[in-house]
Design a protein around this ligand. Structure first.
Ligand SMILES: Nc1ncnc2c1ncn2[C@@H]1O[C@H](COP(=O)(O)OP(=O)(O)O)[C@@H](O)[C@H]1O
Ligand SMILES: [Mg+2]
Length: 248
């Protein structure tokens, strides 16, 4: 049995969020006169799991269950309120779309920007530019500013950069939520190559096909890992969980 590359122990994370809903313009204006009220939203209460080197793990859970928060804790973007996160190798994340982009720069400069943010040297990013554009099928848009890209084009570029930049652990948040069927198929192929090469992958997705590519899955529910199992088992558990009304 290989070593645990990622270890998450009893991690808790909450946020301070406004407690008063202001839906109308009038409510907003009146609200400006009084101090805002906040409450604590305990997103992750006690999350524990391990990922071994070379494993691919899908994280499932309904919207707001804390999947993105968990990934950000792994990447060091958030610090846990309690518990411990240990990651034993470099992480290359694709988090929310647009994070790390500069909309006023063209695709080539954004590849250099995002590639270096993801851990490539400038030289590596330069040398990989053509290949990244080709994978994204965006050669014809190399000098177009990102602000004129469609969200599908921008995400294709983000995945292409991350697939090229990945050193050890790849973290994908809702990767299959975007891109057309052709691009998805190419992502799948690339994903299989990365797995074959021994990379560790963490994937958040609601897509049964994407989840089925993983070795193992876990279900986040009420701030905890409610279940771990095969992708098929956890997808079924997720569908059962999603059938219940959302808890407040
Ligand atoms: N920086 C933040 N500040 C306040 N609330 C946040 C922040 N990040 C996430 N949340 C809240 O935490 C909950 C979980 O969010 P998230 O981790 O994005 O869920 P998921 O990815 O599973 O849909 C949501 O209710 C979200 O609004
Ligand atoms: Mg999310």
């Amino acid at each position: 049995m290989s070593e645990a590359l990622i270890r998450v122990e009893e991690v808790a994370k909450g946020f301070r969020v406004p407690s008063v809903r202001r839906d109308t313009v009038r409510e907003h204006l009146l609200g400006l006169l009084e101090p805002r009220q906040f409450r604590r939203l305990e997103v992750l209460r006690s999350v524990s799991f391990e990922v071994r080197r070379g494993e691919s793990v899908a994280i499932m859970g309904r919207n707001g269950s804390g999947k993105s928060t968990l990934l950000k804790l792994l990447c060091g973007i958030y610090v846990p309120d309690r518990g411990r996160v240990a990651v034993g190798a470099p992480i290359t994340p694709i988090l929310e779309l647009g994070v790390g982009w500069n909309p006023d720069l063209d695709a080539i400069d954004n590849i250099l920007l995002l590639g270096t943010v993801m851990g490539m040297t400038l030289g590596e990013a330069r040398r990989a530019t053509e290949e990244i554009l080709a994978f994204a099928e965006l050669e014809g848009f190399a000098n177009l500013e990102l602000r004129h890209y469609s969200s599908g084009m921008a995400s294709r570029l983000a995945y292409s950069v991350a697939f090229k930049a990945v050193r050890e652990i790849l973290v994908l948040d809702e990767v299959y939520a975007v891109g057309d069927a052709r691009f998805r198929a190419r992502c799948e192929e690339r994903y299989q190559q990365l797995k074959a090469a021994g990379h560790t992958v963490l994937l958040v997705s609601h897509d049964p096909r994407a989840v089925s590519l993983c070795d193992r899955a876990l279900l986040l529910e009420s701030g905890r890992v409610a279940a771990t199992g095969t992708p098929t088992e956890i997808y079924a558990a997720y569908m059962r969980d999603a059938a219940h009304p959302a808890q407040a």
